[in-house]
Structure formats: structure tokens, C-alpha cells
Design a protein around this ligand. Sequence first.
Ligand code: UDX
Length: 446
Amino acid sequence: MRKSNISVLGIGYVGLCTAVAFASRGYNVIASTHDAEKAAKINKGLPPFHEPNLQNLLKEAIDSGNLKCLVDETEKAVVQTDLTFNAVGTPSRADGSIDLHFIETSSHDIGKALRQKSAYHVVVIKSTVVPGTTQDLVKPLLEKESKKKCGTDFGLCMSPEFLRQGSAFEDTIHTDRIVIGEHDKRSGDTLENLYRDFYGKDMPPMIRTTLATAELIKYASNAMLATKISFINTIANVCEKIPGADVKVVAAAMGLDKRIGPLFLNAGLGYGGSCFPKDVKALIACSRTLGYTPELLESVENVNRAQPLRAVEFCKQQLGSLEGKKIAILGLAFKPDTDDMREARVIPIIIQLLKDGAEITAYDPVAKPTAKTIFNSKIHYATSALECIKNADCAIIVTEWPEFQELTPEDYARNMKQPIVIDGRRIYDPEEYSKELRFTAVGLGK
Ligand code: UDX
């Protein structure tokens, strides 16, 4: 049987990983984006963002001719293929609600392409969209522009993506589950067959459901993980008030309960990134529009907003006034293995430290160029962790890059002006680091 030809719209993490995954398994994939610079990079086999393991696979996909990336040619990409994954961005508006502008314009373009096609085509929404979007916004636009009927002339599905940055490609290939929200049975069958062909004997568990349920599954999953993080950070804040208490041990013991599980219970300075903050806000805004105020999720957000500032409070407890104090910031990315700083917890920390008059030197293995676009020359940038802590009055671990674990208590004691270390991500053994240093960590009772 001929393999389906696939078009992918939008080449962020989801779009690019989807495109490379299908291309790497022999499908002919045409991607399309508005961003000419990104497309040029991709067509040379260079990922437009830092993502481990993606470079070789992308290069192979481009060299094999299975993947090409077009600029602003959505119609052409759709016309030449059998199925379209729409993975365009769905950013937040200022009020936290979701901005569906790119979904709208891409749906117009897909609809125009469908008008030119006689063969059956399935459109799959991969972007994170609030419940109701695929049925009430995408479908009418596709029908209007194509002058065709959804369900008979073309198919429509919603299939959310659960990949994490830093392991984006592995997560695409080895996902825990496939969710197919379907407008009608034929649409769902077509997408299921594609996934079955792609995964073969490694087909993950699959849920077939309505479009709206599929849309909500993505939000509910991210909101649950964000809730776990704000929950454990709440327990961390309680631990800090209790002499001898340690949130890491609490979390490890809790995690052994199969009903709770060990993952996403790492206390720290809160969650950042392109998904959790945006998705929790969008779910709150969407629920409010529907006449329900999700107080639990509002608290999850409030805890996360306050959490990074714990690092500044720790600094003040140790140093008093921060005026003129040299603070070393270790880690800028919102998590390790990415250069992404969207909603990174370091941003409110640095803003507050600067307000308090501190002088900041930061180091991150890959996110320095991103940081420069945010902070320019307001902070200094070091080229290594050791250079960063040199002569500092206080060092804060903000991102748990593995290389920071290699810094010994002696490294800190020898290089810093004052040996004050704040472990915002719980990467160090408190007993070992407390011997030589004035050591504080999130969730550690004094
Ligand atoms: C997340 C979801 O995991 C993924 O399924 C979804 O598709 C997109 O959003 P991502 O944003 O890439 O993925 O990163 P993730 O590893 O989930 O971490 C998000 C944030 O939570 C990071 O800032 C991380 O530091 C923080 N985090 C994570 C914690 O503070 N504690 C934890 O235990 C886990």
C-alpha cells in the first residue's frame, strides 16, 4: 500500500518533530511555515532551536529528500498531500486566553487547498486549542473556503501532542498514548491507520473520542502536571518552616504510593516553558467564559507566580540588602537541554534582583543568546559556571543542568567572595554542601 503523503503546518517543536518523525520512517513530508529564516535552516538540515538528537535525524530527513520545508505555501503543501497536521502556534493573549489567529489563517489556507482537490483529505489539528475550537472554528472555515462538506468530502480530527522539550523527538516516537478526537468515523479510521502504519508493533495505547474531549485531554494533562508541581512546591514552603523537614524525602516517599507516582514531584522555583503557564491560564480563561471559576487552577498559578521569588527571599535572608551585591545565576533556560526561556523562572528572579540593586552574572550552557534578547547588557554573561561564581556574594541554582552538579563545595568556597549557595532545584546533597558553605535549598527546614 502506498504510504500517505503528509503536510505539516508550523515548525515549532511539535510541527518539526512530527515532520521529522514521519520523514524518518519513509513518508514524504512537506512542511510549511511563515518564517523564511527557520525554513532556510531546516532545508539545510539545521534545527532552528536547541534540541538534543534532532540534528542528525533532521539532516537525514532532508538529505533523503523525504522532507522539505516551504515558505508561506500552505495551499501547495496541502494540495500535494493526503493528510495535514496543523501544528501552528496558539500563543496567549494578555488576559491569558488563547490567541487562535494562526489557526484561523491556516484553516482559510487549508480550505482553499481543499477546494482544488478531488481526493479525500484529512485535516488533523495538533496545536493545543481550547475545547470547541476544531468543531466551531476550524470546521466552518474549512467548509466555507473549500465549498465542501466535512465528514463526506474531507475529514477532520484533533490529535494532541504530549512531547517535552529536551526529549521532543523521543517523546514523539515513544509516546505514552495516542489520542484521536474525530469529527466522524472515517476521519478517525484514516488517522488511526496512519498511526498504526507509523508505529507498527509499538503502537501505543489509543483513545478515540470526540473533538472536544481530545482538546480537553491536552489541557487536563498539562494542568494536572502543573498542579503536581505547585502542590510539591507548597509542601516545600511548609517544610522550610519545620526544622529537620526535607521536601525531597517527602516527595520520594509520596512517590512510592502507586496512586501518586514519583514523577513531577521535584520541588523547585516553579514551572516555566511554552506549555504549562500558557495552558493553565487558557484553561482558567476558557472555564470562566463557560461560567465556571476553577479555583484550584487559579491557586496552581498563584503558587507558581510566587515560587521563583523564594530565591530572592533566600538571598535577602543571607545578605540583607542586595544593593551592590554580586549574585551568580546558574541556569537561564526554563529547564535543562533547551535554549528556550519562555516563561523561564529566572526572568522574575533577575528582574527582582536588579530592582533590589544587585549586580548579576549569569551562566547557561546554551541559553545565553536567548537571554541576551531579554536582558541585553543589564546583566553580565559568564562563559563557564566557575567564571560565573567568581567573587560572587551568592550563587543561585535556577536550572538543573547536569554540569552544575560537578561543582564541589570546595569550588564554591574557593571562588566566591562569600560562600553562600542557594539550591533552587535541589541538585546538591544538603549535608555535604552545608559543611563548607552557607547553604540553603528550596524545601529544606532549618
Ligand atoms: C510540558 C509537558 O511535560 C508536555 O507533555 C507538554 O506536551 C508540553 O509541556 P515541557 O514544557 O517541555 O513539557 O517541559 P516539562 O519537562 O514538562 O517541564 C516544564 C516545567 O516544569 C519546567 O520549568 C520544569 O523545570 C518544571 N518542573 C517539571 C518542575 O518544576 N518540577 C517537576 O517535577 C517537573
